[in-house]
Design a protein around this ligand. Structure first.
Ligand code: KG4
Ligand code: ZN
Length: 352
């Protein structure tokens, strides 16, 4: 079954064509990062308008890259939750229009769940056969959670962040270091400087309650801020930070970036260890933008080896938002008999 997938939940307009859920025939992503950079974050109104301008050209490119026309499409899938409502509306409206005019089934896909499917793309069905039950990890700009997956479509959330998502913490610390939005990839680059010393700054690991599988990254973020600008003075001493970013030398910036990555990656693997003790996973399936992070990828590799788990990590191009993961998971839902048709509505929150 050939599925055309659409993704427009945040600031990427994407379309992809996937055969039988796993074989990616084409994947086109138009990033709006340049439009939002001057504001230091995604501006919902600008994002919605840019999706309107880009959605049809992106679909056309996905078709031409695959050497197909709309006649070859068997079904449509669209990321309909979670996301910015004005952005979701564009993808959902485009998908509904195409499904209705072509007379094809349409399924709505949860974007967070699809990030897990991204790790399975381009594999064979036999490769997936003995992967379950699996430990699932989603680390993106908007979500951070651990799951137990009994099958690719059957997941139970074991824990999630109680404040910032990991990608959000990366972006905010990157911004404190003077890096442009979205800062996660740049912070990664800075930390990879061979002379960076990750032990120079002692940043806190958040464990939360005994046995908790939830995450908290706001303390880590605040500790990074204080390391850069100093601890704020009390009000009766004038308040404010004692230092400016300009007072924080380049060597310190590099070392702090490395310390932040180290602490973030270790925090994730400590929680995964706890989660792995609650059942007997056969594999670790991870996805979301932060799985592009060099330090986290290495940590997950070590974790999987230590716990004798097979590791499913997305190739770099499927870590960040894309529509191949939507089309792929959409195929599984369609094969299971789901068809939302033109009653599908966008929803701002995840169901996962
Ligand atoms: O999954 P994604 O594309 O969008 C959401 O669903 O949120 O994730 C985007 C997030 C951003 O916070 C971005 O900074 C982060 O992924 N990210 C990274 C790296 N590449 C992307 N964070 C750390 N290191 C990277 N190499
Ligand atoms: Zn995402």
């Amino acid at each position: 079954m050939i599925v055309l997938g659409l993704e427009s939940s945040c600031d990427e307009t994407a379309a992809a064509i996937v055969d039988d859920g796993l074989t990616v025939r084409s994947s086109v992503v138009s990033s709006q990062a340049d439009l939002h950079a001057e504001y230091g974050g995604v501006v919902p109104e600008i994002a919605g308008r840019a999706h309107v301008e880009r959605v049809m050209p992106v679909i056309q490119k996905a078709l031409s890259d695959a050497g197909l026309s709309l006649d070859h499409i068997d079904a449509l899938a669209v990321g309909h939750r979670p996301g910015l409502i004005g952005s979701l509306l564009v993808g959902v409206s485009a998908a509904k229009t195409l499904a209705w005019s072509l007379g094809k089934p349409l399924v709505g896909v949860d974007h967070v769940h699809a990030h897990l499917w991204a790790a399975l793309l381009e594999r064979s069905r036999t490769d997936l056969a003995d992967a379950f039950p699996a430990l699932g990890l989603v680390v993106s700009g908007g979500h951070t959670a651990i799951y137990r997956l009994d099958s690719p479509t059957d997941l139970v959330r074991l824990g999630s962040t109680i404040d910032d998502a990991l990608g959000e913490a990366y972006d905010k610390v990157a911004s404190m270091l003077g890096l442009d939005y979205p800062g996660g990839p740049q912070l990664d680059q800075l930390a990879q400087d061979p002379s960076a010393d990750a032990t120079r700054f002692d940043l806190p690991y958040s464990h939360l309650g005994k046995g908790s599988l939830d995450f908290s990254f706001s303390g880590l973020k605040t500790a990074a801020l204080y390391a850069i600008r100093g601890v704020p003075r009390p009000k009766n001493e004038g308040g404010g930070f004692p230092r400016e970013l300009a007072d924080f030398p380049d060597t310190d910036r590099r070392d702090l970036a490395a310390a932040f990555q180290e602490t973030a990656a270790t925090t994730v693997s400590r929680k995964l260890k706890r989660a792995a003790e609650t059942f007997e996973p056969r594999s670790l399936i991870a996805g979301g933008g932060v799985t592009a992070n060099s330090r986290l990828r290495a940590e997950l590799d070590t974790f999987a080896r230590t716990h004798k788990l097979r590791l499913f990590l997305p190739p770099m191009r499927f870590c960040v938002d894309n529509a191949a993961m939507i089309a792929g998971l959409g195929h599984e839902l369609l094969a299971a008999g789901e068809d939302h048709g033109i009653t599908l509505r966008p929803v701002p929150t995840t169901a996962c």
